[in-house]
Design a protein around this ligand. Structure first.
Ligand code: A2P
Length: 332
């Protein structure tokens, strides 16, 4: 039977992508409710040739709802996901609210689809940088266990929401015309700049995004041994994240073996043309489902053959958020 679905945060960057993906994948729906703040109540959103009217999120929003796709921020998920579950819905939550809760599965369908069956009402969608890294890293790890990952991210404004994307556009215009510009959604000017990811920096010097990358990877891989160190920064890109990934394997592995494994991997597209210097770029990863992988090369600093370098780009709003959540819903 087709489910009654509600989208929490339907007017946001990820929320609007949910609508697009449900439409593109012809997701079976008995009904679709679009929920946002009182600021958006009454607005309409186009869907399958119709207009859906946005309703204000409230405690009674989930009566008769079977599935909630949630992306309105962690504190709202903490409050409303249990209410939705009590009303009989399953919640696929795109925020960090439940990701590390031992009762909540954290799922990338290409990696640990089976974990979906352990849910108790909530399934968490991993952090976007974690998804984009692990779609290509998992198939390599399965063949030759990875001991350590060193990753540097190049993260788009989209990860901070629709307001940050608009701020990048406005900031770029202001920069080019010499106008003064005060950022609001991000802590620093995004245009023509690079800065430490806008999440809290802990006493150990790691920001929260960097911590998510190692904690979530261990949980998704069911592997507490894997060591991950990350440096996460924002770059002036609108919607796809890129990452430089250095992998240390348990056993020697060749560049050709890595290419062969990735060529057969789900959710990955190899873009690795050395002759024309054509490698993954956020501009080409945007609006695509696959993670683009290239710059595949032996790490010359490891003469034992156990090191590989990669560069990847993936659409943060799509596979990094909305698409992954809809794929989880499809598994349900
Ligand atoms: P609204 O557009 O009405 O503010 P983004 O991640 O792009 O910033 O989007 C956040 C989403 O969460 C938007 O849909 C936003 O709705 C929604 N949201 C933010 N605050 C609330 C709230 N207090 N109640 C319900 N929805 C909210």
């Amino acid at each position: 039977m087709a489910p009654n679905v509600a989208i929490m945060g339907a007017t946001g960057a990820v929320g609007s992508e949910f609508l697009k993906i449900l439409e593109q994948r012809d997701f079976p729906l008995a009904s679709l409710k679009v929920l946002a703040s009182s600021r958006s109540a009454g607005k309409t959103l186009p869907f399958r040739g119709d207009e859906l009217t946005v309703e204000e999120l409230g405690e009674d929003s989930f009566d008769g709802v079977d599935l909630v796709l949630s992306s309105a921020g962690g504190s709202l998920s903490k409050k409303f996901a249990p209410i939705a579950v009590a009303a009989g819905a399953v919640v696929v939550d795109n925020t960090s609210a439940f990701r590390m809760d031992p009762e909540t599965p954290l799922v990338i369908p290409e990696v640990n689809a089976d974990d979906v069956s352990t849910h108790k009402g909530i399934i968490a969608n991993p952090n976007c940088s974690t998804i984009i890294m692990n779609v290509p890293v998992w198939p390599l790890h399965k063949v030759n266990p990875i001991r350590r990952i060193v990753v540097s991210t190049y993260q788009a404004a989209s990860g901070a929401g629709a307001a940050a994307m608009q701020e990048l556009r406005d900031g770029a215009k202001a920069f080019l015309t010499g106008e003064p510009f005060e950022p609001q959604a991000l802590p620093h000017p995004a245009a023509f700049n690079v800065f430490c990811h806008d999440s809290e920096v802990g006493e150990d010097g790691y920001n929260l995004e960097e911590r998510k990358m190692w904690r979530e990877t261990r949980k998704i891989f069911h592997c507490e041994d894997i060591a991950v160190t990350a440096t996460c920064v924002r770059v002036p890109v609108l919607r796809a994240h890129s990452e430089a990934i250095n992998l240390e394997f348990a056993e020697p592995i060749t560049e050709q073996q890595v290419c062969d494994i990735l060529a057969a991997a789900r959710g990955v597209k190899i873009v690795d043309d050395r002759t024309s210097s054509h490698f993954p770029m956020p501009i080409e990863a945007s609006e695509r489902d696959e993670i683009l992988v290239g710059r595949i090369r032996q790490d010359v600093s490891r003469p034992d053959g156990r090191g590989i370098d990669l560069f990847v780009s993936g659409d943060q709003i799509r596979k990094g958020a909305a698409l992954n959540a809809v794929q989880i819903a499809e598994l349900l």
